[in-house]
Ligand binder design. Structure first.
Ligand code: OFO
Length: 171
């Protein structure tokens, strides 16, 4: 059984994961409008990952016999200036999400809620990747600079990204 505070906090995190999905869909739309469909694909896959993050928490709250209450999702930014801008904003956003996940772990520890602490470990590990991926792309984009051919080659690479449901930990 989850404490009221834990249910409220996970419910709020479900909202933040949905917001992340919305943010990345907005970024996908910007990249598509710029004619960079590989970049758009990367963000569309990222959007699906975020929906998975939210669904995994939704399932956990239900399994624990508590109730998910969905909150309003605010409008994400719609104006961006470049592919580099998208990934810098992604990295900044993910650092914020990591801090939120860490706060949830802290709360689980305070409440001696071992099940939730164990459940959240998946997200702790996932956040390492969530920060590493944009950081790596930022490095490449800085290297490419204003070279249009480099950008197109990268667009081709990013077109190959596919969403796969994590099997070992997926629920
Ligand atoms: Fe859900 O990890 Fe990104 O936001």
């Amino acid at each position: 059984m989850l404490s009221d505070k834990m249910v409220k906090s996970i419910n709020h995190q479900i909202n933040r994961e949905h917001y992340s999905a919305y943010l990345y869909l907005s970024m996908a739309s910007y990249a598509a409008a710029e004619g960079l469909n590989g970049f758009a694909n990367w963000f569309a896959v990222q959007m699906k990952e975020e929906m998975f993050h939210a669904e995994k928490m939704y399932n956990y709250v239900n399994q624990q016999g508590s109730r998910v209450l969905l909150e309003a999702i605010e409008q994400p930014p719609t104006e961006f200036s470049s592919m580099l801008d998208l990934f810098e904003k992604t990295l900044e956003h993910e650092k914020g999400v990591t801090a939120m996940i860490n706060n949830l772990v802290k709360l689980a520890r305070e409440k001696d809620d071992y099940a939730t602490e164990s459940f959240l470990q998946w997200y702790v590990t996932e956040q390492v990747e969530e920060e590493a991926n944009p950081a790596e792309i930022i490095q490449k984009l800085k290297f490419i600079g204003k070279d249009g051919r480099g950008l197109l080659m990268m667009d081709k690479d990013l077109a190959a990204r596919v969403f796969t449901v994590p099997t070992a930990t997926g629920q």
